[in-house]
Design a protein around this ligand. Structure first.
Ligand SMILES: *[C@@H]1O[C@H](CO)[C@@H](O)[C@H](O)[C@H]1NC(C)=O
Ligand SMILES: *[C@@H]1O[C@H](CO)[C@@H](O)[C@H](O)[C@H]1NC(C)=O
Ligand SMILES: *[C@@H]1O[C@H](CO)[C@@H](O)[C@H](O)[C@H]1NC(C)=O
Ligand SMILES: *[C@@H]1O[C@H](CO)[C@@H](O)[C@H](O)[C@H]1NC(C)=O
Ligand SMILES: *[C@@H]1O[C@H](CO)[C@@H](O)[C@H](O)[C@H]1NC(C)=O
Ligand SMILES: *[C@@H]1O[C@H](CO)[C@@H](O)[C@H](O)[C@H]1NC(C)=O
Ligand SMILES: *[C@@H]1O[C@H](CO)[C@@H](O)[C@H](O)[C@H]1NC(C)=O
Ligand SMILES: CC(=O)N[C@H]1CO[C@H](CO)[C@@H](O)[C@@H]1O
Ligand SMILES: [Ca+2]
Ligand SMILES: [Ca+2]
Length: 593
């Protein structure tokens, strides 16, 4: 059988050697699947269209699962696929146990899950607990004050001016997407709360019946076999309400004229308690049903001390993995020192307390990293993101360095977040291989002819190859041993050069050196080790396998980023039995028997 392995010859040798060395190095702590994962976010509308209607779907995702495996992803989280009127692209759920017909059927979902598990990939569903769609049956019943549903949402009469008799909303709260957070319903003669769009109705989380029903919704998916949930917008679950039933106004944010702080609408302690409740529910589910940890990933743009409590407050435990959005803040002015500040902001609190870390640089709500920081820094950042301890989170297309496309949508009802949501660029055929249809829901970025998976697969130092190189490294003992203090270090070596060192003590070591600046930089005596270049970006003048003595001088060209590797010679040479790996063909495809 002839297998084509798309890696350079030296990298193959090294991976084989790494693997064997890795067997010798034993990490002291066991690492659960979510702790050092390569987590890949799929935005289902934009990943792969199987039926030519120009919108991505479940069968499309299923057809590309082997790609996820191939690039080293170990788990995927999928943005909402539930039945929805799509006012907020699925973050407005009409029915929590039904698949949107846009994406397919329940059978398609079951197929996706089965295929993913066959490949050893975990599947995490985006869960949207804070609100339902206004078209959800629960809300319709609540509007009509039907039995049991009367107080499922946050209803209030509002205020009446004693002089004019005029009615106004219960408080000054503003919705995230603009306007008052309160909307009047003629039929019920009350206001309801919505922290996002008016079509995204906040559920009443002080109501035990609501809490129970949401757990039933989770159980429905757990019973189908999902491996966990990514909980959306958890910092908005509970709002402050006085015992006398009134809602306090939010104060004006310090240093602004009329921007309101979220004092009473976000980060209430009650929201953290709900997360503890969910964790207890998930743990209980695992106890009863067996299987691996059902992980809870949490989305909240909250201060680090709030996130720390999400994980645990010392007595109660919550979500395993609150997302770390610090890298979403990086922009064109960020340098290695900025990176260090952002890394420390997480590590000094969360890692220090909970021995966990994760790194998110992109998602469907933020401008993509190559656009924010500049294309020149994309691959260096890939090395940093995956070089750091813990879990890396990748937004579809990040692995090939897709930038935003400002003309993604040009009509009247374009979304402000459309530029970072354009179709995945698979190859240079029609619609970038995303869809065979006549048009796609957002325009494909015209750069797809050069920037796509197929092209990058055939180029040694492409973004995709660097991504694959890093995900392979994440599987080594050195990268898994991140709970011990001496297993890693990171540092801005200068204003522009960032370093990450990963170590399985006495066994192997890897060192990421990334120059985010436009000048050549020199360093003397970084270490007493002789190391090999094991991964290089396109700005590097070096070759794979070349040695460098770090007791002397090492230089980094503008934007050069490299990974150096070292392994304890004896233990590795003894076992270093690289099978016949054939020869490198043009296009750098390798023949392997
Ligand atoms: C495991 O712990 C022992 C003792 O604390 C230490 O000597 C060893 O280096 C550790 N192993 C790894 C792989 O870090
Ligand atoms: C959701 O959809 C399922 C399947 O179609 C249906 O059985 C259920 O009643 C619906 N639930 C709600 C709340 O609309
Ligand atoms: C939420 O539900 C609880 C329990 O049923 C109820 O006491 C409370 O008044 C409701 N809150 C609102 C704002 O309707
Ligand atoms: C309700 O209680 C709060 C807090 O005690 C108080 O500030 C507010 O004036 C009260 N409102 C009414 C209408 O009683
Ligand atoms: C953690 O939170 C729970 C729930 O609010 C509380 O009962 C417990 O006392 C808290 N523990 C600590 C150490 O603060
Ligand atoms: C694409 O356009 C052609 C020609 O107008 C039409 O016949 C075909 O049905 C369209 N296909 C789809 C999937 O809409
Ligand atoms: C090099 O980067 C610095 C910022 O670090 C910037 O001020 C300067 O304009 C850049 N020079 C070139 C030629 O891009
Ligand atoms: C990153 C993320 O998932 N953001 C979502 C947060 O929640 C709102 C409302 O559900 C969505 O609009 C965002 O896309
Ligand atoms: Ca489709
Ligand atoms: Ca809420």
């Amino acid at each position: 059988m002839i297998v084509f392995i798309e890696m350079s010859l030296s990298l193959i040798r090294l991976s084989a050697a790494m693997l064997l060395c890795a067997l010798g190095a034993t990490a002291n702590q066991t690492v659960d699947w979510w702790e050092s994962a390569t987590l890949y976010q799929i935005y289902p509308r934009s990943f792969m269209d199987s039926d030519g209607d120009g919108v991505g779907d479940l069968n499309g995702i299923t057809s590309r699962l082997s790609y996820l495996k191939e690039i080293g992803a170990t788990a995927t989280w999928i943005s909402p696929i539930y039945d929805s009127p799509m006012a907020d692209m699925g973050y407005d759920v009409r029915n929590f146990t039904k698949i949107s017909s846009i994406f397919g059927t329940m059978e398609d979902f079951d197929n996706l899950l089965a295929k993913a598990h066959e490949l050893g990939l975990k599947v995490i569903l985006d869960f949207v607990p804070n609100h339902s769609s206004d078209e959800c049956e629960w809300f319709q019943k609540s509007v009509r004050r039907e039995d049991g549903y009367d107080d499922w949402y946050v209803w209030d009469d509002g205020k009446i001016d004693p002089e004019t008799g005029e009615r106004s909303p219960p408080s000054n709260w503003r919705a995230v997407f603009g306007g008052s957070a309160w909307t009047w319903v003629e039929e019920r003669q009350q206001y309801y709360l919505h922290q996002f769009l008016p079509q995204q109705v906040d559920l009443n989380y002080t109501n035990p019946a609501v809490r129970e029903r949401m757990k039933e919704m989770m159980k429905f998916w757990l019973d189908r076999g999902v491996d966990g949930f990514r909980m959306d917008a958890t910092n908005f679950l509970i709002e402050k309400r006085f015992d006398n039933g009134t809602f306090p106004d939010n104060p004006v944010k310090a240093g602004t004229v009329n921007t309101l702080a979220g004092t009473y609408t976000i980060d209430q302690w009650g929201s953290t308690e709900i997360i503890y409740e969910w964790r207890a529910f998930l743990d209980e589910y695992q106890k009863l049903n067996g299987g691996d940890t059902r992980a809870m990933i949490i989305e909240a743009y909250s201060p680090v001390d709030v996130l720390s409590n999400y994980i645990s407050n010392g007595t109660n435990v919550g979500g395993q993995l609150p997302m770390n959005f610090n890298f979403v803040k990086l922009d064109e002015n960020s340098n290695a020192e900025t990176v260090e500040t952002q890394v420390s902001a997480w590590m000094d609190v969360i890692w220090a307390k909970h021995k966990m870390a994760n790194w998110v640089a992109n998602n469907h709500d933020n401008s993509r990293l190559p656009t924010r920081m500049g294309q020149t820094k994309t691959d260096a950042m890939t090395m940093i993101i995956h070089g750091l301890p813990g879990t890396s989170v990748t937004y579809y297309g990040e692995e090939i360095g897709m930038p935003d496309y400002s003309l993604a949508c040009t009509g009247d009802d374009c979304g402000f977040r459309d530029p970072e949501r354009t179709p995945m660029q698979w190859d240079s055929s029609k619609n970038a291989g995303f869809s065979t249809g006549n048009s796609t829901w957002l325009a494909v970025n015209p750069n797809y002819k050069e920037l796509n998976v197929e092209v990058q697969d055939g180029v040694t130092r492409s973004s995709l190859r660097i991504f694959k190189g890093m995900t392979a490294l994440k599987k080594t003992a050195a990268f898994k041993a991140f709970k011990e203090k001496d297993a890693f270090s990171y540092k801005a070596l200068s204003e522009h050069v960032f370093q990450v060192v990963r170590t399985a003590v006495g066994q192997e070591e890897y060192r990421v050196l990334a120059n985010l600046g436009n000048q050549t930089e020199h360093f003397d005596g970084l270490s007493d080790k002789k190391m090999k270049y094991v991964l290089l970006n396109s700005y590097s003048p070096h070759s794979y396998g070349h040695k460098v003595d770090l007791s002397g001088r090492i230089s980094l060209k503008p934007y050069e980023a490299v990974v150096l590797g070292w392994s304890k010679d004896k233990s590795c040479t003894k076992t270093k039995k690289v099978k016949h790996v054939g020869h490198v063909k043009k296009g750098r495809k390798l023949r392997h028997h």
